[in-house]
Design a binder for this molecule. Structure first.
Ligand code: SF4
Length: 252
């Protein structure tokens, strides 16, 4: 499909899929798109729920994850458990070795603590560039974002055309609360990262994630030394820092 067609499809899906159950949103995306669809999982609780939905329905959607090299050991445990339970392969995408070496030589092994720009440079090497390879050739991208995770994500849509990457992006649980996600994984006995039970609501790299305190926002434990409105790693925003939206410029 051309980018114009994908843009029109994203707009149509956004209108049509909102009233559907999350499982049906995934099935409808697969039915509507002839090309490759990739689900990028962070192995967090939202993505574990989506992995279950895709695996149970047997949908032809590829699983991919970004191994930044700085993940918690618990992330590798749930990765292995998930592959074993569902009989799937989650394809890993690693930072390019030379780029990581240059980054660490330039800013130090934990240089991301020194400034937002340094942190974004680390995320660019360890996450954003590998994401580009994970999505290469795909026409559809499934992600586990929820609108109530942060103010920045509040305007999220179920489907949008990602003009930067030229694909349809689906957020099948965009309208779920965290409580609903927890209920879902418990009801279906879905394996989750053991850190969730220790106060880690949103889990990224070990060096950049801490447990949240009672009453703190859900993503307060991510890059906790930065201001709340800076907390995106570049995976889900356009180059100007805006969330990919259904009605954004570039969407047909
Ligand atoms: Fe680097 Fe932290 Fe971003 Fe991970 S979350 S890629 S360690 S800055």
């Amino acid at each position: 499909m051309s980018e114009t067609q994908l843009g029109a499809l994203a707009a149509e899906l956004n209108a049509r899929l909102s009233p559907l159950a999350a499982e049906d949103r995934l099935t409808a995306l697969r039915a509507a798109l002839p090309g490759k669809i990739v689900f990028t999982t962070s192995l967090g609780i939202e993505d574990q729920a989506i992995a279950h939905m895709i695996a149970q329905a047997g949908l032809d959607i590829a699983f991919a994850t970004l191994d930044t090299g700085r993940l918690f050991p618990e992330a590798y445990d749930v990765w292995a458990q998930t592959e074993e339970l569902y009989g799937i392969k989650i394809e890993p995408f690693y930072p390019k070795g030379e780029a990581a070496e240059v980054l660490v030589a330039r800013q130090g092994v934990n240089g991301f603590r020194y400034s937002v720009d340094a942190r974004k440079a680390c995320c660019a090497v360890r996450k954003v560039e590998p994401l580009g390879r994970a999505l290469a050739g795909a026409q559809g991208w499934v992600a586990g974002l929820r609108a109530d995770q942060s103010e920045h994500r509040g305007a999220l849509d179920v489907a949008a055309f990602d003009a930067e990457r030229g694909l349809v992006k689906l957020n099948p649980i965009f309208d779920w609360t965290r409580g609903r996600v927890v209920d879902y994984v418990e009801r279906h006995a879905i394996p989750v990262n053991a850190l969730h039970a220790k106060g880690f609501l949103s889990i990224g790299c070990a060096t950049c994630t801490r447990a949240t305190l009672p009453g703190e926002p859900e993503r307060a434990g991510r890059w906790w030394w930065e201001q709340e409105d800076k907390k995106e790693c570049g995976l889900h925003v356009s180059p100007d820092g805006q969330l990919v939206r259904a009605g954004a410029a570039g969407a047909a």
